[in-house]
Design a protein around this ligand. Structure first.
Ligand SMILES: *Cc1c(COP(=O)(O)O)cnc(C)c1O
Length: 235
């Protein structure tokens, strides 16, 4: 995609975000846009920066590392949004401000270890499994609560548990999609009641096909790739 096409897409998506905020009685500007640049070249990221987009999402650490070190622009902020192997955590902590795809306790232990070495504080979102066809994320409340209790006990001083993330089912059935977002919103309320001392505020939900619905259901951050940068070339 050309720079001007990408600029146009940002205008269009920002307007749609605003419309969804207004429609659902949310405050304008209350939803952050995370531009998912995975599989797209560094030139697409540069075009986004020109369009005043500074928050990016990538799902593969190796790819993100190459791209964002080459970019070397301190305005760019990176979130890791894909499943993360423990041996990739070191690099992830180096380049990202947030890991949105935390799905297990052992990953938190590794993030803490690496963040502590770098004397860096990093945010995380707990990814939660809210739809039948998704494989990633914590699959039950009990295991999530074990992690939250460990935060409450002060086990992870270099990590800020800042929110929850989910992926809705890839379905044309709006009810199913909404149900998934509603589950995450309700989960956040439960978490805030049980752990009022933890700063779990963000709801990262909504992608190219469903971000307006997600905003209506309370999303505070949408992760949009295709609608901004075009189809991904996986070959
Ligand atoms: C790829 C990806 C997105 C963006 O998906 P689009 O449909 O291209 O907007 C969002 N969230 C996660 C976790 C992803 O892996």
């Amino acid at each position: 995609m050309t720079e001007s096409q990408i600029a146009d897409n940002f205008l269009k998506i920002r307007q749609q975000i605003k419309d969804a905020e207004v429609k659902s009685g949310r405050k304008e500007g209350s939803v952050r846009l995370c531009a998912v640049s995975k599989f797209h070249p560094v030139d697409s990221v540069k075009a986004a920066l020109k369009a005043d987009q500074f928050l990016f999402g990538e799902n593969r650490v190796q790819e993100a590392y190459g791209k964002f070190t080459e970019l070397n622009d301190s305005r760019a902020e990176l979130h890791i949004i894909g499943q993360l192997q423990s041996n990739k955590v070191k690099k992830a902590v180096e380049i990202a401000s947030c890991i949105q795809s935390v799905d297990r306790e052992s990953l938190l232990e590794e993030i803490e270890k690496q963040a502590s070495k770098l004397e860096k504080n990093i945010s995380i979102f707990f990814e939660y499994h809210t739809a039948e066809d998704s494989k990633s994320g914590y699959g039950d409340m009990d295991s999530l609560f074990v992690s939250l209790e460990n935060f409450a006990r002060g086990l992870y001083p270099h990590i800020t548990p800042a929110g929850l993330m989910t992926m809705a089912p890839f379905s044309q059935d709006e009810k199913l999609v909404r149900l998934s977002f509603e589950k995450l919103r309700n989960l956040k309320e439960t978490v805030n009641e049980k752990f009022p001392e933890l700063p779990v505020k963000e709801l990262s939900m909504g992608m190219s096909g469903d971000f307006s619905l997600a905003i209506e259901e309370g999303s505070t951050m949408v992760r949009v790739g295709t609608a901004l940068f075009g189809e991904r070339d996986y070959t």
